[in-house]
Design a protein. Structure first.
Ligand code: ADE
Length: 265
């Protein structure tokens, strides 16, 4: 996977991406990263790349020409004309795991990080293929969202994670949140590791983990469960929870969500 990032803060992207797992993957040649400093393409020669918005209003707008020139240089470097170019904006489609998987199939991915009050619409219309948001809140620029996306996408690139399974066996990959994990010691400050995990019975461990995933998803993200295809064993487990009522530790609200899910599945 080759990443190209157009930004006013290349050092922020370089530092973030050359750290930890993505840093190692870059060293190994599994990922590559090129940052393009939009300021280097200033048309005024003094590094200025923004101007006042037509029609008035607060803030400054990134001008079309420096962004377009940065893009031309990027296309040259990527040697690919039909390049997927992601503009990070709170107005975009909200990023999720399935988008990460989809983007991970590309050979090259380019990102445009905006600042100030935005980027001149004309250049966005000319070059952007995907408008993506990382959530319903407003950040000061697109650098952190671009890094969030690259991190999530990189995990899906074969070889980036040391255990090739870990990319697919975690939260969201099967539509459920991840089950709880435990490590040594067996008893920590009086808290015991769930005995099933010490039993050595792989079938029981798998079943327990799956049930814990169902329970966590019900508690924290019932919306995910509502859209899932539940199998017979899942429904049986959830029905048992419902029958246990208050003894299962579920709140009234969780019980009513569960009733809904079981009625509709
Ligand atoms: N730029 C500013 N806020 C953003 C967000 N939430 N997602 C993507 N890009 C952004």
């Amino acid at each position: 996977m080759n990443y190209y990032v157009m930004t006013l803060f290349p050092e922020m992207i370089e530092q973030g991406m050359h750290t930890s797992i993505t840093g190692r993957a870059i060293e190994k040649g599994l990922l590559s990263l090129k940052t393009i400093n939009i300021r280097d393409y200033s048309v005024t020669g003094n590094g200025r790349i923004d101007d006042y918005p037509y029609g008035g209003g607060a803030g400054m707008v990134m001008q079309a020409e420096p962004v377009y020139r940065a893009y031309e240089s990027l296309v040259c470097q990527a040697e690919q004309k039909a390049l997927r170019l992601i503009y990070l904006t709170p107005q975009g489609r909200v990023f999720d795991q399935s988008m990460a998987q989809e983007f991970a199939c590309e050979e090259n991915l380019a990102f445009l990080c905006g600042h100030y009050e935005g980027v001149d619409e004309r250049v966005l219309e000319a070059i952007v293929t995907d408008y993506v948001s990382i959530g319903d809140y407003v950040l000061t620029g697109g650098e952190l969202p671009a890094m969030v996306m690259m991190d999530a996408i990189s995990r899906m690139v074969p070889g980036v994670l040391s255990n090739s399974d870990s990319g697919v066996s975690e939260s969201f990959s099967d539509g459920l949140l991840e089950y709880p994990q435990y490590s040594r010691p067996e008893i920590w400050r009086g808290c015991q590791v769930p005995p099933v995990l010490l039993s050595g019975h792989h079938g029981n461990v798998d079943r327990w983990r799956h049930e814990q995933s169902l329970l966590r998803t019900l508690r924290n993200r019932p919306d995910l469960l509502e859209h899932m295809q539940l199998d017979k064993a899942d429904r049986k487990f959830l029905r048992k929870l419902l029958e246990a009522g208050a003894d299962s530790g579920l709140s009234e609200k969780e019980v009513s969500v569960l009733q809904n899910i079981l009625e509709n599945s």
